[in-house]
Ligand binder design. Structure first.
Ligand code: TRP
Length: 359
């Protein structure tokens, strides 16, 4: 290989309650990438057991639901590889190897672990602690060059680069001797001139697409928020969407005419941002239409737009999840295609490390 093949990898956990934030902040942004390079989209079920095992029925249902959301949002199984992580054994195998590459100190700095483990760190699973190593394995089992993620995953992507760098460095001699290296695209005196894993680039969605809670404009829209009114779920029907928009927290002022006027107004900023993202407009454009108007006028417009944009997708999700055969066939095909890439990568990794091959 003379250069890394441009390749996108991303994933969503099947933990239930997919919402507008997942759609606008992640999946909808993946759609255009399918025409630019090779794209692999994973339903990360191995990650979904790090914070406790859901029931098997819940896990299966959520795995199919995320798959349905991908497809309903416009991820095309003819253009992209769509599969669930546990079906490709190489993820778990590479994650173990990365457990032995990454350092305790690196993982101890991960802010998401601190948030998720909360006060009772001693009772968190080892898997939750090692979560970022599995994420690095997801990406590097395909030697993916680009990963679209939200702000909150930036630190994990940096860790992925650290793991790749250490592996490339520690095994530089073997990589070269076995002829498995790729010329380092960013050579410098400290790093080897031939590397095995790429230093994956994040494709971070701008802050404009951070979708916040409908009840508190300073908190991210989240599946774990106890209030269902805080989020628009991708399974909500038109009535539920309208009700949630109506009840969304606001402030007493009319909408400003300039984006500057949204500062210090987190709820107004969020609703304008959601409108802009759904309409494919900038916040400026939204405010040029609605500036000076009360929320009593803006909210019905937002609610109509949300229903118009989301219902074709939620209808399609309902159709796809009504029976399992279509989704399962897509996942099976995806798992085969994903394995065809990851298996040879792991074969090389085993040779580089020196695992004896006796068969
Ligand atoms: N940790 C990611 C999240 O919670 C999900 C994920 C797992 C992922 N593996 C990945 C995202 C690989 C991008 C690439 O959003």
């Amino acid at each position: 290989m003379t250069a890394f093949k441009p390749r996108v990898f991303s994933g969503v956990q099947p933990t239930g309650n997919l919402h507008l934030g997942n759609y606008l902040g992640a999946v909808s942004r993946w759609v255009p990438l399918q025409d630019q390079m090779e794209t692999i989209f994973c339903v990360v079920d191995l990650h979904a057991i790090t914070a406790g095992f859901p029931s098997s029925a819940e896990l299966q249902g959520a795995t199919r639901e995320v798959t349905a959301a991908y497809i309903a949002a416009g991820i095309d199984p003819k253009k992209s590889i769509i599969f669930n992580q546990s079906q490709v054994r190489e993820h778990a195998e590479l994650a173990w190897i990365f457990n032995c590459v990454a350092r305790m100190g690196w993982l101890n700095r991960m802010t998401q672990f601190k948030e998720k483990a909360g006060k009772n760190k001693e009772n968190a699973s080892v898997g939750l602690f090692a979560y970022p190593n599995l994420m690095a394995a997801d990406i590097l089992a395909y030697r993916a060059t680009h990963v679209p993620v939200g702000d909150d995953q930036k630190q994990h992507l940096e860790l992925t680069r650290d793991i790749a760098t250490k592996f490339n460095y520690d095994f530089a001699e073997n990589i070269k001797e076995l002829g498995l290296g790729v010329p380092n695209p960013t050579p410098s005196p400290e790093v080897p001139d031939e590397i095995f894993f790429p230093l994956t680039e994040p494709m971070i969605a701008g802050p404009a697409t951070r979708i916040m809670s409908l009840r508190d404009g300073t908190k991210k829209m989240s599946k774990s928020d106890p209030s269902d009114l805080s989020r628009i779920n991708l399974t909500d029907d038109a009535d539920a969407i309208a009700k949630k928009v109506k009840k969304a927290k606001t402030d007493p002022e009319p909408l400003p005419s300039e984006v500057d006027g949204l500062k210090e107004r987190p709820e107004a900023d969020n609703l304008v941002g959601i409108y802009a993202a759904l309409a494919g407009q900038s916040k400026e454009e939204v405010l040029s239409e609605f500036g000076g108007q009360q929320f009593s006028a803006f909210k019905p417009a937002l609610s109509d737009l949300a229903v118009t944009k989301l219902s074709p997708m939620t209808d399609e999700m309902r159709r796809l999840t009504a029976e399992t055969s279509e989704i399962d066939a897509i996942l099976q095909d995806g798992a085969e295609k994903a394995s065809a890439i990851a298996e040879p990568v792991l074969k090389d990794v085993r040779r580089i490390i020196g695992f004896l091959e006796v068969r």
